[in-house]
Design a protein around this ligand. Structure first.
Ligand code: RB5
Length: 148
């Protein structure tokens, strides 16, 4: 039984998927840190991407799941903090590679672009797949310390 808490957040367009994946996480035995939104009323996705980034930064969760309409806007918001490696994922291959190559710590999906079964599959793969390390560690380290 996992003891880790997984953070989860969405805007209104990802709210239904957030409910579905909260239940999936609980069924898998994870504690869930719910960062909102709390209902289908229209909200601004950056607020929830930033809430996720703060939770990762503060160590309240090591990993998280974000959803908006496409997964894109909330992913951009979360990635504004260098502790976050958020990846928009649409399928099992992307979910696996986001972990093996990118060491993604936040999974982003679109409530308007992905079906429930594929979303659950992506979540399970994201949670179960380790980082490959090796040459990928050097590249991920460059993401953490960008020379821009
Ligand atoms: C909200 O309508 C929509 O723009 C948002 O959920 C997201 O898809 C943005 O990237």
């Amino acid at each position: 039984m996992p003891s880790e808490a997984i953070a989860i957040a969405s805007d209104h367009a990802g709210y239904d998927l957030k409910l579905l994946l909260t239940k999936e996480l609980q069924d898998l035995g994870y504690a869930v840190l719910d960062l909102g939104t709390g209902g289908p009323e229209s909200v601004d996705y950056p607020d929830f991407g930033f809430a996720m980034a703060a939770a990762i930064r503060d160590g309240r969760a090591a990993r998280g799941v974000l959803m908006c309409g496409t997964g894109i806007g909330i992913c951009i918001a979360a990635n504004r903090h260098p502790a976050v490696r958020a990846a928009v994922v649409h399928d099992a291959y992307g979910a696996r590679l986001s972990r093996q190559h990118n060491d993604a710590n936040v999974l982003c999906m679109g409530g308007r672009t992905i079906g429930p079964d594929v979303a659950r599959e992506c979540l399970r793969i994201f949670l179960e797949t380790p980082f490959d390390g090796g040459r990928h560690a050097r590249r991920v380290d460059k993401l953490t310390h960008p020379k821009i």
